[in-house]
Design a protein around this ligand. Structure first.
Ligand code: CA
Length: 649
């Protein structure tokens, strides 16, 4: 059941407004104070009496006029928002959202007008610009050239950020694709790796006063995706796409038809990390854009490409991995790049039929390109234009394919956002779900697009195969994602690797440093409704039997998610519930074992019987019974590069 209530308490008033306006969360702890100082609109964010953002700029610079300077506050309006909804594909299945709303209206002496809409719930601020037609209604077309919007944190703040890539670099000139290294607990003036700023989401620790996670949501084909600038004059600012993206084609400045509103920018704030990990703000302020004949389908799958790589893109190896999916009781087989050439369109019905006969659903890979990169991995030129794309979607449907994975997008420009939306929309018309890879951060898309079932936008498992440094950093990255990347969007990582060496023969290639318990833990930590695990046929006999038994039973959808303990970059313990079963998963990136006493008292556990799968030094992973004598203090030791999962009801 979906219920939405909006009630307007105070309507727009006219005249000059001298004093600042404040909107507080329902519990009163989180406050936004907004004002106009010397013609410039500004805002501050205060949590529990502590300043999190101070005197931060607002406004837009457009081809119609400057809506960031020379402004006066000419009106305001407040109301309450109360919303309950069910949402699959994310960290929680049912969400209750309560917020207080403030809309301030600003005008310059030329009569150009913009409103800022604020929604403040107990731990989240969401705000956006609402722009009416301008020049007495005569002007309906606008280009937003840039934004004044910024975030001024107190000087003691430390950052956890990942750099935005230089455009048109990397593999076949496919970047940016949100696959860069993180800086953690770093000074605010730490330069980004490429001088191009940092991608959303960004995590900030304001001394010992609190945490803030910045992101944006509600981005679609009517706007560009934005990111954060480098720290400049005390402020991180909203930055638009780089003109060089998409090989220089397409505008970096979004064009909008008035009246319009921008995407929501979100600030999750708390005095501890749990509300950051558990936030649902990316979905609270957006609505589904269309209906589909069925909800996006969750499931587990195998894929040969991840460990066996390009040479495995042949009929025999694909059948082997369909058989592996059957052995594991999985639902999907991901058939990656090169199937059109190595197997061929004419032989695909045989392979797809082999999967169908065994109850396994195929996922087929495509490149999105296109003129925006040099990709040779095929199929190419099937997803970039509507006539060929629609023809391809029909071929997929006629051959029983209900999910595709589309790779190698060109950046964050409005025209690329439009391509994402066009692919999703055409796929939806044919009952097809979509995973994006080599892509942007999805911004509210789990809810906006019912058939969106995955996006990469992270250093995913493929990097373990490519370079040893990613094996070296595997635990470090795993302790960041629940607090940052995976906190605001699903994350298609493709992990749980049980080969010790990152190669088909399990004897050569990069070396995995992490334990088998760690690999089980990431199947819980990394949330995506479609999980394509990096299991290979030899794992059935070579990996610990209890690990394989766990992987056969692991769910991919969640009713609830709670942070239990941890610190980004050091260790993390997370609990997720599927129906009545809790999975408590932890990993450790420190050089020493971490001894934690887990407080599970808030989970409402029914019994004292649990099973633990934990890495132990020098021992093969085994499932062991665990008595929860005191749910408020469950001692667990997490090995360096190790992990554990506790399963209980
Ligand atoms: Ca990638």
């Amino acid at each position: 059941m979906k219920k939405i209530y909006f009630s307007v308490i105070l309507l727009i008033s006219a005249g000059a407004w001298a004093s600042p306006l404040t909107v507080a969360s329902p519990d009163g702890k989180l406050k936004v104070v907004t004002d106009v100082a010397g013609g410039r609109p500004v805002y501050s964010v205060i949590y529990d009496g502590n300043t999190i953002l101070e005197n931060s700029p607002l406004g837009l610079l457009t081809d119609v006029g400057d809506l960031s300077n020379g402004m006066s506050l000419v009106g305001s309006e407040t109301s309450k928002v109360s919303k309950s909804y069910d949402q699959d594909k994310i960290k929680k299945s049912h969400i209750d959202y309560e917020a207080n709303r403030l809309v301030t209206t600003l005008r310059n002496d030329k009569g150009h007008e913009v409103s800022v809409e604020w929604l403040v719930s107990d731990n989240d601020v969401a705000f956006r610009y609402v722009i009416p037609r301008q020049n007495n209604g005569e002007t309906g077309a606008m280009v937003v050239r840039s934004e004044a919007t910024g975030y001024r944190f107190p000087g003691e703040t430390k950052v956890f950020l990942t750099s935005h890539s230089e455009p048109m670099i990397g593999w076949k000139r496919t970047k940016p694709s949100y696959e860069e290294y993180y800086i953690t607990d770093a000074a605010m003036d730490t330069p980004s790796q490429f001088g191009r700023g940092f991608t959303f989401p960004g995590l900030f620790r304001v001394g010992d006063k609190g945490w803030a996670l910045l992101s944006e949501t509600g981005v679609d084909g009517y706007y560009c995706a934005s990111h954060l600038s480098d720290y400049n004059d005390g402020v991180f600012s909203i930055a638009y796409p780089m003109p060089e993206e998409n090989n220089g084609n397409g505008t970096a400045a979004p064009g909008i038809a008035l009246p319009a509103s921008t995407p929501w920018r979100t600030i999750t704030v708390a005095d501890n990390l749990a509300p950051i990990v558990e936030t649902t703000i990316p979905w609270n302020v957006v609505e589904p854009r269309y209906e589909t004949s069925r909800p996006g389908r969750p499931g587990r799958g195998t894929w040969s490409w991840i460990v066996w790589q390009d040479n495995s893109m042949n009929m025999d190896d694909q059948k082997t991995f369909i058989d592996l999916a059957v052995d594991l009781g999985y639902e999907n087989i991901l058939i990656d790049a090169g199937w059109d050439k190595n197997i061929g369109y004419e032989r695909m019905p045989e392979l797809l039929g082999y999967a169908k006969d065994r109850g396994i659903r195929p996922i087929l890979w495509y490149s999105s390109s296109g003129h925006w990169n040099d990709i040779v991995q095929s199929p190419t030129n099937k997803m970039d234009r509507p006539i060929v794309r629609k023809k391809e979607m029909k071929w997929l449907r006629d051959n029983g394919v209900e999910c595709i994975k589309v790779d190698f997008f060109g950046g964050d420009k409005q025209e690329t956002m439009r391509l994402y939306e066009d692919i999703l929309s055409d796929a939806a018309d044919h009952g097809i779900d979509v995973i994006f890879h080599g892509c942007t951060l999805p911004r509210g898309w789990e809810r906006m697009y019912p058939n969106h079932v995955g996006s990469e936008a992270v250093f995913a498992s493929e990097n373990l195969i490519f370079e040893q440094i990613h094996c070296d950093l595997e635990a470090f990255h795993a302790t960041l994602h629940p607090f940052i990347r995976n906190a605001v969007a699903l994350m298609e990582y493709g992990g749980s690797v049980f080969n010790r060496r990152m190669n088909r023969d399990n004897k050569s290639g990069n070396t995995r440093l992490t334990g088998d318990g760690f690999q089980l833990a990431t199947s819980i930590l990394f949330q995506n409704p479609v999980q394509n695990f990096a299991l290979t046929p030899n794992n059935l006999t070579e990996a610990p039997a209890d690990a394989i038994a766990f992987m056969k039973a692991v769910p991919t959808t969640w009713d609830d998610t709670r942070l239990i303990d941890g610190y980004p970059g050091k260790y993390v313990v997370l609990a997720r519930r599927h129906d009545d079963k809790w999975y408590i998963a932890g990993v450790n990136a420190l050089k020493e074992p971490v001894k934690v006493k887990l407080d599970l008292s808030a989970l409402g556990l029914k019994g004292a019987e649990a099973v633990i799968y934990a890495d132990e030094k020098g021992k093969e992973l085994k499932a062991k019974p665990l008595k929860l004598k005191n749910a408020a203090s469950v001692p667990v030791e997490i090995m360096p590069d190790g992990g554990f999962v506790i399963v209980c009801e």
